[in-house]
Design a protein around this ligand. Structure first.
Ligand SMILES: Nc1nc2c(ncn2[C@@H]2O[C@H](COP(=O)(O)OP(=O)(O)OP(=O)(O)O)[C@@H](O)[C@H]2O)c(=O)[nH]1
Ligand SMILES: [Mg+2]
Length: 295
């Protein structure tokens, strides 16, 4: 049996969380077309008879502009340590910018085995792949590159096998049925945040935190969920709620359906929008909303 940790690193929006969800076979991390979707280190566990791969999802590399994004970048840097392998995820359909090779070399220099997943090949011309691989090679990136598509399930088993071959011999760390280290309550908050990322323009979701006040299962099997949607500005609150509460109603209904799918039971969801001016720059509030350095 081989088992170990794989840190999944790359620029924001590269497709890290999508790739982990597909490899694990369950949704362990939310996904959106906007950069900076993932804010925390989240484990996704893939277990087969002969292997256990613990993927460490991380916030995408992006310029930090406030205390929250600062913390996110620290989370990513720390996650790249104490693992067995680094999987650097590159969005192939974006081409290769000079800093892509630089970033890959930076993580390669940590001295751990590293593979590159060149993803989203389903939305780009296949002829470009060998050219890009040549560019990376010539730029001095010393790592095997695996062209994949998480969306179309292309080449994933090859990537998985290659990762597995780099892991040490060892026993499972997690029980067979465990797919994530995160609680149901955490996922409920994340599902709400995902729907907000999908529904509103970017400065609004980036300034939103979700606080779950109630998460409990009633005797009749229904989950009661009450949560606060915390935003940064009064005018953001107005946009989140919308005319006659229509926008919030739609977003909450969308979120509730996904929560029901995730929990496999009916959900009774109530939401409340609150304003906490500039919370992303206030350590105390950030902590309160669950964003803090891990040991
Ligand atoms: N066509 C295509 N789109 C993909 C693929 N993988 C991810 N995407 C899309 O890329 C966008 C970003 O995906 P995420 O998985 O959230 O990316 P991420 O790297 O986790 O982003 P951050 O958490 O912000 O760093 C989403 O719209 C995904 O649907 C793929 O293989 N093909
Ligand atoms: Mg992500």
């Amino acid at each position: 049996m081989r088992s170990g940790y794989v840190a999944v690193i790359g620029k924001a929006n590269a497709g890290k969380s999508t790739l982990i969800n597909v490899l694990v076979g369950e949704k362990v991390a939310i996904v959106s077309p906007k950069p900076q979707t993932t804010r925390d280190r989240i484990l996704g566990v893939l277990t087969r008879e002969d292997r256990q791969i613990v993927f460490v999802d991380t916030p995408g590399i992006y310029r930090a502009r406030n205390a929250l994004t600062d913390l996110m970048m620290r989370t990513t840097e720390n996650s790249a340590k104490d693992v067995d392998v680094i999987l650097y995820v590159h969005d192939g359909h974006n081409g290769i910018a000079p800093d892509d090779a630089e970033l890959m070399k930076k993580y390669r220099a940590l001295g751990l085995p590293m593979l590159v997943a060149y993803t989203k090949i389903d939305i780009m011309p296949a002829e470009k792949i060998p050219d890009d691989m040549k560019i990376l090679y010539e730029a001095g990136v010393d790592a095997d590159v695996y062209p994949v598509s998480a969306r179309k399930g292309k080449n994933l088993r090859r990537l998985e096998d290659a990762l597995c071959a780099l892991l040490p011999e060892g026993e499972k760390v997690f029980e067979q049925e465990i797919v994530s280290d995160r609680s149901e309550k955490f996922m409920i908050a994340e599902i709400m945040r995902e729907k907000i990322l999908l529904k509103y323009d970017k400065e609004i979701p980036h300034g939103v935190a979700i606080v779950v006040n109630t998460f409990r299962r009633r005797d009749d099997g229904v989950y009661e969920v009450n949560l606060d949607i915390v935003c940064e500005k009064k005018n953001h609150k107005a946009i989140l709620i919308g005319k006659q509460g229509q926008a919030l109603k739609e977003t909450a209904s969308f979120a509730r359906q996904d929560m029901e799918k995730f929990l496999g039971a009916k959900v009774f969801l109530t939401t409340y929008v609150k304003v906490r001016e500039d919370w992303r720059d206030r350590e105390g509030l950030m902590r309160e909303f669950g964003y803090r350095d891990e040991e």
